[in-house]
Write a protein that binds this ligand. Structure first.
Ligand code: PAF
Length: 285
């Protein structure tokens, strides 16, 4: 695996691949890689001849009171994990490489409501930071295929929208959520949980599965279902529920209680807090 920090070096490698007629897959990450990220790399390898993984903790997508400084940076462990998968290139740019003129720069914005509901309402500006850095990374890597995890379901939809709106010649592929044996969705932020919180955390998925079962049974009283499930999460020990909602899986608009909407592909999305840690999960129904 080549570890590349400079854009000029990345271009040299990519040029060689292009001249040899090879296809390029890309997995953007913020590092602190776990089995979920690695499954995305394997997925990219199944679709392309060569795979580039980027590790860049993007300051532009963190709010002023969020965990940018504390975000776990585990470069050497990440490199070892990527080597074990025979990743071709790790692109590991510095902030000055990505934002040579500082963070006040042209932004790529997918319009509301997709970017202002759910995560967008808790984290104003977050998706502008994501779409801006992903556009820059796409321009640098120029991949044929890029892989994103379904765990960040709204991010996936936002990126798909950006790619379609801007006619970017990149195929977006999504990878399934990787879970611990007890059902907890893998996340770099799980390591913030203390032992007591770690016991409570997997109940997020159990409650989501209960909502899924109710939907499969034909219950379309989404308001009552979500209110009951949120109350259950609080009773189980979660400190807050930012949202728990059943949405149209394409538009991410919350569904109104209406039997006719049973035909729409639905997604149940939840964010609940244990202490300061926000845990995200979702199930596509
Ligand atoms: O999902 C992430 O890790 C980040 O939002 C991404 C896509 C790498 C952009 O910084």
């Amino acid at each position: 695996m080549q570890v590349v920090e400079q854009l000029s070096d990345l271009k040299t490698v990519l040029q060689g691949w292009r001249q040899a007629g090879l296809t390029v897959g890309f997995v953007p990450t913020m590092g602190n890689l776990h089995a979920g990220h690695l499954s995305l790399v394997s997925l990219a390898q199944r679709h392309c001849d060569k795979v580039v993984v980027s590790i860049f903790v993007n300051p532009l997508q963190f709010g002023p009171n969020e965990d940018f400084a504390a975000y776990p940076r585990t470069g050497l462990l990440d490199q070892a994990a990527l080597r074990s998968l025979n990743t071709d290139v790790l692109f590991y740019p510095a902030v000055t490489q990505m934002y040579p003129n500082g963070l006040t720069q042209t932004l790529v914005k997918v319009p509301p409501p997709l970017t202002t509901v759910l995560e967008g309402s808790s984290r104003p500006g977050h998706f502008d930071g994501v779409t801006t850095v992903v556009t820059k990374l796409f321009n640098m890597v120029q991949p044929d295929v890029a892989v994103f995890g379904q765990k960040d379901f709204q991010q996936l939809r936002v990126i798909e929208t950006m790619v379609a709106d801007m006619a970017l010649p990149i195929k977006i592929i999504s990878g399934a959520i990787a879970r611990d044996e007890d059902g907890l969705a893998l996340s770099s932020r799980n390591q913030y949980l203390n032992a007591k919180q770690r016991v409570i955390a997997p109940k997020l998925n159990t409650v989501l599965q209960d909502v899924q079962m109710a939907l499969h049974a034909g219950n379309t009283n989404y308001t009552a279902l979500c209110a009951a499930a949120s109350a259950q999460l609080l009773a189980l020990g979660f400190d807050a529920v930012d949202y728990l909602t059943v949405c149209n899986a394409q538009t991410l608009q919350s569904l109104k209680n209406d039997a006719t909407e049973q035909e729409v592909e639905r997604v149940i999305l939840v964010v609940a807090r244990l202490g300061k840690t926000r845990l995200l999960d979702n199930i596509v129904v």
